[in-house]
Design a protein around this ligand. Structure first.
Ligand code: ZN
Length: 401
């Protein structure tokens, strides 16, 4: 055993790896330090993940590129951690590789999770890889392309009428029955997967040979930001970047909490009442009135001298288009909120000239293609095949608007 389960609140050792009587969540301490060397997958860091055998359920997740993006935001030394390159196109693959490795190790037959998107797709793929029956509980307004992908990977789909929070409650009840293992991506539901985002920090530090001044992370449930922060902490001496969280303006619970100096779970449950999570959005991954790992995300932002930024749908779409056209990375709008936020912080002077900033590009845009194909008016030019005259027509198209 290379790890010990402990309570995140009181520090007690948790022999059964179940939540502490004090109400704290399951956290882990590890015997071994962070391995160095260039990773070929996330499992390069397997000794820092809470598993007892070396036979992970893997599709080659992690070890994603860290790409320089000079000029995308003038004045910034900008880097993109391209998590779209994971097997199902998002950083959730890291979490699900850990969750399903643990599930298989425990001989679990059925898993369940709540997801409006990326986590569901990732879970479906890793369940297939592990040979485990998986149920994805999707909200009524889940994007059809995401639901399709869960189906194509062989998961069972259930739609429960109600908002995200209602559905969370039902998943919890089902989970407590012991018939399913919950693999939802927040620590209280599944503490094992919550360790996976640390590996993003390990990789950034390894590739940069240093620590950037800031890391910008879109916030859905808050677990990715909290995990990346933990990863930088694990490496100790190199320093810790400012952790910047990004939410959609309409679902900005953590922005409100930062402004009001709130920090507890109860505070966040109160704030959630002010947020209408039924509002339509182009960033469905960020639609949380109550981010379940919000307490840890708030603590990470405060301890690192970071901040919250809110952006709207139009800014996310603008940056999706620019990222694709100017860098060759097709990301989902939920992911490109990170670029919108970095641009704002550069404009306001919070990011200074030449500052090394990493934006986490959390998820790929191809997962939305069926929906986009219907919504987008694609200009296709018709030219006649007329020998050399066709060349002129092609040049007109190429150089035209
Ligand atoms: Zn405790």
């Amino acid at each position: 055993m290379s790890y010990t389960a402990v309570c995140s609140q009181c520090g007690s050792v948790l022999i059964d790896e179940k939540a502490c009587p004090c109400g704290g969540e399951v956290a882990f301490v590890f015997d071994e330090s962070v391995p160095s060397g260039i990773p070929s997958s996330m499992w390069h860091y397997g000794r820092r993940l809470p598993l007892t055998n070396a036979d992970p359920v893997t599709l080659g997740e992690g070890a994603t590129p860290l790409l320089p993006a000079p000029g995308l935001i003038p004045g910034l030394n900008l880097w993109l951690k391209d998590e779209t390159r994971n097997p199902t196109g998002s950083m959730k693959d890291r979490a699900m590789s850990v969750a399903f490795s643990k599930a298989r190790q425990e001989g679990v037959g059925r898993t369940i999770l709540l997801s409006a998107g990326g986590a569901g797709i990732a879970a479906a793929a890793y369940a297939a890889r592990a040979g485990i029956t998986n149920v994805v509980v999707v909200p009524e307004d889940a994007p059809p392309s995401r639901v399709l992908l869960c189906h194509l990977y062989g998961s069972k789909l259930v739609q429960v009428k109600g908002n995200v929070e209602d559905v969370l409650e039902i998943v919890k009840l089902v989970n407590q029955s012991g018939e399913f293992l919950e693999v939802s991506t927040y620590r209280r539901a599944n503490p094992y997967q919550a360790e996976a985002p640390k590996t993003i920090a390990y990789e950034i530090a390894e590739f940069m040979r240093s620590v950037p001044e800031a890391v910008v992370v879109p916030i859905g449930g808050g677990g990715t930001l909290a995990g990346i922060y933990q990863g930088f902490r694990d490496m100790g001496a190199g320093g810790i970047p400012q952790m910047v969280g990004v939410q959609n303006r309409n679902f900005a619970a953590l922005d409100i909490a930062m402004k009001r100096h709130l920090s507890s779970l109860d505070d966040l449950l109160e704030v959630a009442k002010e947020i209408d999570s039924s509002l339509p959005t182009q960033t469905p991954g960020l639609r949380h009135a109550f981010p379940p790992d919000g307490v840890a995300a708030l603590a990470a932002m405060r301890a690192s001298g970071g901040r919250m930024v809110v952006v709207d749908d139009a800014e996310a779409i603008y940056w999706r288009e620019r990222l694709a056209v100017e860098t060759g990375i097709l990301a989902e709008p939920s992911a490109t909120t990170a670029l919108a936020a970095a641009a704002k912080l550069r404009e306001s002077g919070n990011f200074t000239n030449g500052e090394a900033v990493v934006c986490i590009i959390t998820g790929a845009g191809w997962r939305d293609l069926p929906d986009l194909a219907i919504q987008t008016k694609i200009p296709i030019h018709t030219v006649e095949a007329q020998g050399r005259n066709t060349l002129g027509a092609l040049l007109t198209v190429a150089d035209g608007e």
